[in-house]
Design a protein around this ligand. Structure first.
Ligand code: C2E
Ligand code: MG
Ligand code: MG
Ligand code: MG
Length: 283
């Protein structure tokens, strides 16, 4: 479990929507059972090239179909998993499913020019085994490390920067792509861009859905900075075609939002890929 002590700063934990402590305990128990029973699934949201609308990849987003409570969003169960010992297995489950789903899609279409992106939690980064575990999952799925992107938020880096840098560097050296997620929220993260081996910035939707000239300037500067650092830029939560065109003009590579597609189950991805990449079939 976690190595960090009791006095950690925890600025990014989302507030619980559930009310009392008993509720949290109940959810924790249920979550443990759900992992065993495989009630957790992945929904995949397309990430598209802003230049031509073509699919660049998919972000894997965890979903929990609770037998009694219905769908529980990750903003509720991820923090609970993080505070218990469940985030490790849960995160690895996501890597395992996402990479094997990607390989499965390719069996139907032939080789595809796409990646899968998986979110990692800070607690996972502090596990000394993470590197080996991810390597072995990639090996088992016969998935090229360059097809996998890992998304991390700043809280990951704050908790134990040296350990984080070590693990991230090793992962990056094997060819895995690393994205700084939710950029533009919380603490200023400019230092993180150079201190850690990120190759991708995901600009948070709160910055993307700009409604003032000032924010447009900030957005433009962030995209320019990322490009100057040779990083790929993804804009989250783009709300209109006009904004998409403007971001493309600024030099933003990718977009991910409901405008281009909501998170969908793996079999819907399969159908979409067959439609979008009809000519990649080799066998
Ligand atoms: P995130 O990594 O920033 O993922 C993007 C979130 O924005 C997703 O919410 C997605 O459904 C939502 N989104 C996408 N397009 C739009 C849009 O156009 N407008 C708006 N308003 N929202 C949009 P979701 O699936 O509820 O996930 C929330 C967060 O939960 C994720 O934020 C991520 O931090 C965390 N999460 C999800 N799956 C996992 C996982 O497997 N492991 C870990 N550690 N965290 C996860
Ligand atoms: Mg993400
Ligand atoms: Mg994000
Ligand atoms: Mg987010």
């Amino acid at each position: 479990a976690k190595k960090a002590g009791g006095n950690r700063v925890e600025p990014f934990r989302p507030a619980f929507r559930t009310s009392g402590g008993t509720d949290r305990l109940q959810i924790e128990t249920d979550l443990r059972r759900a992992i065993e029973r495989k009630e957790l699934t992945l929904a995949y949201q397309p990430i598209i090239h802003l230049s031509d609308g073509e699919i660049a990849g998919f972000e894997a987003l965890m979903r929990w179909e609770h037998p009694k409570r219905g769908t529980i969003p990750p903003s509720e169960f991820i923090p609970i998993a993080e505070m218990s010992d469940m985030i490790g297995p849960l995160g690895l489950l996501a890597v395992e499913r996402a990479t094997s789903d990607l390989m499965g899609w390719e069996q139907q279409t032939g080789e595809l020019p796409i990646f899968v992106s998986v979110n990692l939690s800070s607690a996972q980064l502090l596990s000394s085994d993470l590197y080996n575990e991810i390597r072995s999952l990639l090996g088992r799925a016969h998935c090229d490390p360059r097809r996998l992107k890992l998304e991390l938020t700043e809280s990951v880096m704050m908790e134990n920067p040296e350990q984080a840098r070590l693990v991230l560097s090793r992962l990056h050296e094997t060819g895995i792509s690393l994205a700084l997620d939710d950029f533009g929220t919380g603490y200023s993260s400019l230092g993180h861009l150079t201190h850690f081996p990120f190759d991708t910035i995901k600009i948070d939707k709160s910055l993307v859905t700009h409604n003032s000239e000032k924010r447009a300037v900030v957005l433009r500067s962030v995209v320019a900075m990322a490009r100057a650092l040779d990083m790929t830029v993804v804009a989250e939560g783009i709300e209109s075609d006009e904004d998409a065109a403007e971001l493309a003009k600024m030099g933003c590579d990718f977009g991910q939002s409901f405008l281009f597609g909501a998170p969908m189950p793996a079999d819907a991805v399969q159908r979409l890929l067959k439609e979008r990449f009809p000519l990649t079939r080799r066998a």
